[in-house]
Design a protein around this ligand. Sequence first.
Ligand code: PGA
Length: 245
Amino acid sequence: MELRVFEKYPDLSIGAAAMMINYIERKPDALLCFATGDSPKLAYQLVAETIKREGTDISKCFFIGLDEWLGISPDNTGSCHYFLQQYLFGPMGVESSQSCLFDAMTTNEEEECKKMNKIIAERGGIDLMVAGIGMNGHIGFNEPGTDINSMAHVARLDEITQEVGKKYFTEEVAISKGITVGLKQVLQAKTLLMMASGKKKAPVIKRAVEEKTGTHWPASLIQQHANGVLMIDTEAASELVTQFR
Ligand code: PGA
């Protein structure tokens, strides 16, 4: 794993966006898996702007969403679906035939998982995985204690995820269940980019970087990834006892 520390959130976003664009340029038929959330938001906007401005060919790429709140409609501004359309897929001009997101309104959760597993398997795994880190150390909805060999699955969300998740919604919603790409698929991504910023993420990053790696703190598994890149800002790095202090 490589740790890169940037001064502030905008610097981190520029760095992450550059890495994503570079990846697409080097592998124009890549399978890219994107998380949602505050951490990657600006980076996605920068990616979309750059791709439009430079006319980067994304026609052979395929895009998937990392996770979704089950039961939350895609029209809801707090849904992962809405987020990716709004900040990335729409502005970047991704065709509907080039992307797959979990259907949060499904009556057949198993089929949704199978659908995502099939896409990932057919493409030989995820090429670039872009993720944030939850306040409980989760990656997507791979909550602490998730099986390291898990494929796409439905997850019961823990209290921290439900509480923190309220920030994405303008109204009160029930967010007790999520659907997510599995830890195995995340860790098998050829490149794993994870981002975190701000003071509140400092203890989260400390555990991810300095604690023994394990599923008790899923973000710490990036330590085992040969092409794992953790991009954070100085505030998120502020509790590290390493040279970044
Ligand atoms: P955030 O979410 O980027 O909004 O902090 C991270 C996560 O929960 O994965």
